[in-house]
Design a protein around this ligand. Structure first.
Ligand SMILES: NC(=O)c1ccc[n+]([C@@H]2O[C@H](COP(=O)([O-])OP(=O)(O)OC[C@H]3O[C@@H](n4cnc5c(N)ncnc54)[C@H](O)[C@@H]3O)[C@@H](O)[C@H]2O)c1
Ligand SMILES: *[C@@H]1O[C@H](CO)[C@@H](O)[C@H](O)[C@H]1NC(C)=O
Length: 437
């Protein structure tokens, strides 16, 4: 080995002595070199494959790129700090309190429901993907709001089964308030797969984890008034037909109701679907008419007001967020326990569906008049024909079932509710100088 040790760093300049010993040495050293470069080559191949399989490629479908991003993300959920935050947020602080996993907690309804549960002493853990369907900075601002009241929102997708299982391992949630979804009616023509991803695949993944959890939680989830679709019988009652959806969004919510039936039937999960009717209020959704009308009226931009055939009025049963929150809490509080265990049904479980509306439809042109008065700005109205791409002409809820069984009783009319919305809007976007994009 002495020879090798004394070899200069530039091998070409080393003059080999011609001896059998040296020949063997040369052979040995070239075998060593060959082995070395083979390892380097194999290493490069390995690195190449590893990187290309773990980085979302632009060619892969949205779902498979989600999968790879998910596996990278999950690692940040390890560690005692994560568990500590999850536990602290889920801690029940009142007698007879419940522990609730709220999906879509950085969303409009999710934020309000989470805050209300926390206020009365329940344990609340949020989960949200913070997707960019609308300005994620609004979701982050809602998250900061919840953070201040002690609610932690885990950033993750409801399709991440490993994450969901982990959360149930840490906390034996008694309830799940499932609000995560791809909302919006017209966006379904632009991005149909996002509806399948969140409202169908995501729902199934969540229910799969819930059915195997011990104990199984009771689940309350958001369906939609849009399931009534082309139904013309008013007011809409829970037993009316819901087999004529007018949008893919509505179809995925209807599918959700059927999926809920299946998981209730096979696994004994307690399931309650809430059909919300056009929810509005502070911290609302920028993609909804009352919200972008406000923005555009203030900017002096003209706003489209739809009318149906023969100048028919388009009307909505606008429901104020605080009323919806009371309905959600009423549903959680009256939910019976799931009956299954070990992933098996042990007996029949509760299966319910309720309308949560306001029972007073308001023409969209009246909505605009109220906004004009509150903003003290005249709107530039642009009357247009209602396109047949998802929106229905009117919605009107019969809420007698929710009234009877959940104690649901909406108390806020559109005028009062919009006043609170406008006050929030001005303080958030105008005084707060946040960009409304
Ligand atoms: N606001 C309404 O008028 C209305 C009417 C009928 C039904 N709904 C339903 O009520 C629920 C809440 O609606 P909202 O108005 O608060 O909407 P939102 O969009 O503000 O909230 C939904 C939240 O879910 C999150 N999310 C979406 N997909 C996810 C996924 N795969 N994994 C994790 N998080 C995900 C989003 O980031 C968002 O923060 C939704 O199910 C919606 O379909 C709302
Ligand atoms: C409202 O729904 C209830 C069932 O919950 C039904 O008995 C009642 O007839 C409905 N009312 C109207 C006006 O459709």
């Amino acid at each position: 080995m002495k020879h090798i040790d004394s070899a200069p760093s530039t091998p070409g300049k080393f003059k080999m002595e011609k001896s059998p010993y040296n020949n063997r040495l040369r052979l040995q050293s070239s075998i060593a070199k060959l082995t070395f470069w083979s390892f380097v080559f194999l290493g490069l191949i390995f690195v190449f494959f590893f990187r290309s399989s773990s980085s979302p490629s632009s060619l892969s479908s949205p779902v498979s790129s989600d999968l790879s991003r998910r596996s990278l993300r999950t690692s940040s959920y390890d560690g005692p700090n994560f568990e500590k935050r999850v536990r602290a947020s889920s801690k029940i602080r009142s007698r007879n309190g419940i522990s609730v996993l709220v999906t879509g907690a950085a969303g409009f309804v999710g934020t309000h429901v989470s805050a209300a549960l926390k206020r009365r002493g329940d344990g609340v853990l949020g989960l949200d993907s913070f997707n960019n369907y609308y300005d994620p900075s609004l979701k982050k601002a809602r998250q900061a709001l919840l953070e201040n009241s002690g609610v932690y929102i885990v950033e993750g997708d409801i399709n991440d089964v490993a994450l969901l299982r982990k959360l149930f391992d840490i906390v034996p949630f008694s309830h799940v308030m499932h609000l995560a979804a791809q909302a919006g009616v017209r966006y379904a023509m632009e991005n149909p797969s996002s509806y399948v991803h969140s409202n169908i695949a995501g729902l199934v993944n969540l229910l799969e984890v819930c059915k195997s959890a011990n104990p199984q939680p009771a689940i309350v989830w958001a369906s939609s008034s849009s399931v009534y679709g082309l139904n013309t019988k008013v007011p809409f009652s829970e037993r009316d037909r819901t087999d004529q959806p007018a949008s893919l969004y509505a179809a995925t919510k209807k599918a959700g109701e059927e999926i809920a039936h299946t998981y209730n039937h096979i696994y004994g999960l307690s399931l309650t679907g809430l059909r919300f009717f056009t929810v509005y209020g502070p911290w609302g959704r920028p993609d909804m008419a009352y919200f972008f009308f406000t923005k555009d009226i203030l900017k002096g931009k003209s706003i489209p007001i739809f009318e149906a055939a023969n100048h028919g009025t388009v009307a909505r049963d606008f429901t104020y967020i605080d009323d919806i929150v009371k309905g959600c809490l009423g549903a959680l509080d009256t939910a019976e326990k799931s009956t299954g265990s070990g992933g098996k049904k042990k007996g029949p479980a509760q299966l319910r569906v309720y309308n949560l509306g306001n029972t007073s439809p308001v023409p969209v042109s009246d909505l605009v008049s109220i906004l004009e008065r509150l903003l003290k700005v005249k709107a530039k109205r642009m009357i247009m024909k209602l396109p047949r791409n998802g929106d229905v002409q009117f919605t009107h809820a019969n809420i007698s079932l929710a009234q009877r069984e959940l104690g649901y009783k909406p108390t806020t009319d559109l005028q009062t509710g919009l006043k609170k919305f406008v006050r929030w809007y001005l303080s958030y976007y105008v005084d707060g100088k946040k960009s409304s994009q």
